[in-house]
Design a protein around this ligand. Structure first.
Ligand code: ATP
Ligand code: MG
Length: 278
């Protein structure tokens, strides 16, 4: 589709939907817009996310990626538009009109949010094991031995040694903190994970390992995810589909490889070529 169509109608007409056409969408986003006073945060964003699908959102700084993600995850209230989520109990539900306790429950169970800065997603005063175990308790786990076992299992999965279980996150490196944040988020088996620049702020070799780890977990758990990044290598590795944002709008969308290998919109071409020049 042309860039203009992508901008106006979202990605519903995107042929890459065929792969997932058999399933109902897990998340249905239509016309989401958010301004800050006169400044556009994001405008008229429309797309469906299918179970097991990873959507990448790329664009330069200030293009509206975080604003959009916050609207989708219920951290910001959009000015217009709808975000429907396929809840286990009640099918597709409007996440904006559901009650606060319902939304909070969703954030604890089916949804997870990985912040760019692990400090925003961890409790710094609580041990590593406590950070993971706390999430289990929030969804009703009570048996101390089982909680500790599961916490240890998850620390192992994110490659944090068992003898660090009682350390606080402040004693961890940036990469370890990010892995701990991922464990804390995934321990409850969410169905949809929002990630805002999960590898931002880490040095390149640490990024690569974290990406490998994330890719393994996403595939193994069949997670659906929305990953915001300005790093095309991240989406190349993790995302099935891609949306390119510029000035708050989606200017191009499609299968990741197609968009990156054969970008149609001038801005995407620029984005791809500027990466090649680095
Ligand atoms: N709290 C806020 N108050 C006012 N304007 C804001 C606020 N948050 C974001 N904006 C504006 O909204 C636009 C989109 O910002 P946003 O943070 O969503 O971009 P981004 O794509 O996530 O950028 P980055 O890659 O730098 O994180 C920018 O023009 C920004 O200045
Ligand atoms: Mg941002």
């Amino acid at each position: 589709m042309s860039a203009q169509e992508a901008g106006q109608s979202g990605v519903h007409a995107d042929p890459s939907h065929q792969a997932w056409a058999a399933a109902d969408p897990l998340l249905r986003v239509s016309g989401v817009s958010k301004s800050y006073g006169g400044r556009i945060g994001c405008a008229d964003v429309t797309f469906d996310l299918y179970p097991g699908e990873v959507m990448g959102i790329v664009g330069e700084s200030g293009s509206g990626k975080s604003t959009l993600l916050s609207c989708l995850a219920g951290h910001l209230v959009p000015d217009r538009g709808e975000v429907l989520f396929d809840t286990r109990a009640g099918g597709l539900r409007d996440t904006m009109t559901m009650s606060e306790p319902e939304r909070r429950m969703l954030s604890r169970t089916d949804w997870a949010f990985v912040h760019q800065n692990p400090r925003d997603g961890l409790r710094m005063g609580v041990s590593a094991g406590g950070n993971v175990g706390e999430r289990l308790m929030a969804v009703g786990a009570r048996h101390y031995g089982q909680i500790r076992d599961q916490a240890l299992d998850w620390l192992d999965r994110v490659e944090i040694a068992a003898d660090r279980v009682d350390d606080r996150p402040g004693a961890f490196s940036g990469g370890m903190q990010q892995r701990l944040q991922i464990a804390r988020n995934l321990v409850t088996g969410p169905r949809l994970v929002f990630m805002d620049e999960p590898t931002g702020g880490l040095d390149v070799s640490v990024q690569a390992r974290l990406l490998d780890l994330l890719r393994g977990l996403v595939r193994e758990m069949g997670l659906s995810a929305i990953i915001v990044t300005h790093d095309l290598a991240v989406v190349r590795l993790l995302a099935d589909r891609l949306m390119v944002m510029k000035s708050g709008r989606v200017v191009e969308a499609g299968l990741t490889d197609q968009v990156l290998d054969d970008p149609q919109h001038g801005y995407t071409q620029l984005l791809v070529s500027s990466v090649l020049q680095v």
